[in-house]
Design a protein. Structure first.
Length: 270
């Protein structure tokens, strides 16, 4: 009995510390393959033992959030960004509603998350998409993870929308490209947002560039990010589906996180 009694104060103290520490949430922004910057940020957060209690994401951010919530660390994400057959996932098969169905992308997410549903994740997860019928932001907090990620990543004009019930879902960036507000509502005391937005001022080269630029202009003016700190790692415009920028974006993510890590540590506290 004495031994048990001696252990209880330490256990109670640890429980109190866990209850008292600030809950940290990360909002992963959309931006196509620029999402490799998320990996660099996660690396620095891990090196400094910054806990992550909640995650939410839009588009590529939804994929990173889902994989992280299912158990992937930054090293596994780094491997996936570099080794996944992106060309196969982006194979063009035009129909009336888009150019790329992205079935293989959906299958990859489903396989890597071991078919876990959103509500089954190791870390609470939410995924943001937009319904073209109701004009509303849709926040997934349960259901098929891979299908939600696919819907959140459906860039209008490029990827085919995802029908679901009476909804027709597309990329969440139209209404919330970096969902810090969603993470805040999940219960985070400290919200770290990673925005991949970097405006393109060059002349659009084709019809897809024109569609994408028009959407950027239409959405950028009213999107504010609710966060305690917003990391903006992307230092110049890189096209969303440009594989050649993977390493550079990843390095920018790491650099940006290192520049702000002391601020993050101060926000999180002990």
């Amino acid at each position: 009995m004495l031994g048990i009694g001696n252990k209880r104060p330490a256990a109670d103290a640890e429980a109190r510390l866990h209850q008292q520490r600030k809950k940290v949430g990360v909002a992963f922004g959309g931006g196509g393959l620029k999402g490799s910057a998320h990996v660099g940020v996660l690396q620095v957060l891990a090196e400094h033992n910054i806990p992550i209690d909640f995650v939410a994401g839009t588009s590529i951010g939804a994929a990173v959030a889902a994989l992280y919530a299912s158990g992937y660390d930054w090293k596994m994400l780094d491997f996936l960004f570099n080794e996944y057959d992106i060309d196969s996932a982006l194979k063009v098969r035009p129909n009336r509603k888009g150019l790329i169905p992205a079935d293989k992308y959906t299958d990859m997410i489903r396989t890597c998350t071991k078919r876990k549903r959103i509500e089954e994740m190791d870390i609470p997860l939410k995924i943001v998409a937009v319904d073209l019928i109701s004009w509303k932001k849709i926040i997934f907090d349960r259901g098929d993870t891979a299908l939600a990620v696919r819907a959140s990543s459906a860039i209008p004009g490029i990827f085919t929308p995802v029908p679901m019930g009476d909804m027709l879902l597309v990329d969440g960036y139209i209404l919330d490209n970096c969902p810090g507000d969603v993470v805040r509502a999940m219960g985070a005391d400290v919200v770290i947002a990673i925005s991949l937005y970097a405006p393109d001022k060059s002349e659009p080269g084709n019809i897809l560039d024109i569609v994408h630029r028009s959407l950027d202009i239409a959405t950028s003016s009213f999107q504010e990010i609710d966060a305690d700190i917003v990391l903006r790692p992307i230092q110049r415009h890189i096209k969303s589906l440009d594989k050649s920028g993977l390493a550079e974006c990843r390095a920018w993510g790491e650099q940006c996180a290192r520049e702000h890590i002391e601020e993050i540590i101060e926000l999180v506290g002990s």
